[in-house]
Design a protein around this ligand. Structure first.
Ligand code: OAD
Length: 250
């Protein structure tokens, strides 16, 4: 394992420059510098009294749909006010420099897309999308609906955010694509994730098992840190632009 305290290691720069396929996994940490709280950071204001893991469940929604809907409205508001930060933008730039690039994200915000990233696998869904809990119809203009939570125009069922809740399975196609991208790439970057939640947490380890170098970018230690080939200890919004400039001079 090669440590990188601060500076970018020459070996890593060469690996990035010579990679034909880079796979990236991002977590809430990459959106932290855009003002979107990470999952395990204390929530602010009214929501500080709630544990996200107690709200983001089908049971919580059936028990108190209004509370869960209002929590997601608060988070949607945060996402709509947020802007992609230099970390998101650096990944979109990196995608343009590499012949094959797969961005797997656990985040439900749209900041990667707004930064210009194209090939995105959204493992945990999209907070800006809404679907009916009964007939599964997607509804674009649910947010104009005066009921809280809004009701489905087709069947009258409750509408819910199109995100994966605790205890729910991830979209099969997206998950298979993510595992394939982790097995087939030349280099795997794990950015801004505590590497605690399965199945996403296994992805960097699958790359390592296939002798693919793994880079971790995170100011803190995680269960991946000791196994990562390179550990860049810092904020994504600072490390990623530096990395892209050092490798591609862009
Ligand atoms: P966490 O909140 O668990 O972890 C955020 C990680 O980002 C931590 O390791 C921080 O150290 C790191 N971090 C904070 N600021 C950073 C920065 N500026 N640059 C880089 N890293 C930074 O969020 P996730 O790992 O994304 O699942 O959580 C994974 C999943 O757990 C979420 O998608 C959610 C939750 O259960 C579902 O909702 C299904």
């Amino acid at each position: 394992m090669e440590w990188d305290e601060g500076g970018i290691h020459q070996g890593l720069i060469a690996k990035l420059r010579n990679s034909n396929h880079i796979t990236v996994l991002t977590g809430a940490g990459i959106s932290a510098e855009s003002g979107v709280p990470t999952f395990r950071q204390a929530q602010s204001g009214l929501w500080a009294q709630y544990d996200p893991q107690q709200l983001a469940t089908p049971q919580a929604f059936r028990r108190n749909p209004r509370l869960v809907w209002e929590w997601y409205s608060w988070r949607r508001e945060l996402v709509n006010k947020a802007k992609p930060n230099p970390g998101h933008i650096a990944l979109a730039t990196m995608e343009q420099q590499v012949s094959r690039f797969t961005l797997i994200t656990q985040n439900v915000d749209d900041l990667h897309r707004r930064a210009g990233s194209q090939n995105i696998i959204a493992l945990h869904g999209d907070i800006l999308k809404t679907r009916c809990i009964d007939c599964h119809t997607y509804t674009e203009d649910a947010l104009q609906n005066e009921n809280i939570p809004p009701r489905c125009f087709h069947c009258g069922g409750l509408l819910r955010p199109d995100v994966v809740w605790f205890g729910e399975s991830l979209p099969t196609e997206a998950l298979e694509a993510a595992f394939t991208a982790a097995r087939e790439c030349d280099l795997f970057l794990s950015i801004g994730t505590s590497t605690l939640v399965e199945p996403s947490a296994s992805l960097p380890f699958i790359a390592l098992q296939n002798d693919i170098p793994v880079v971790e970018i995170n100011p803190e230690e995680t269960p991946l840190s000791r196994s990562a080939t390179y550990q860049l200890k810092g904020a994504a919004g600072k490390v990623l632009p530096e990395l892209v400039r050092s490798v591609w001079q862009v």
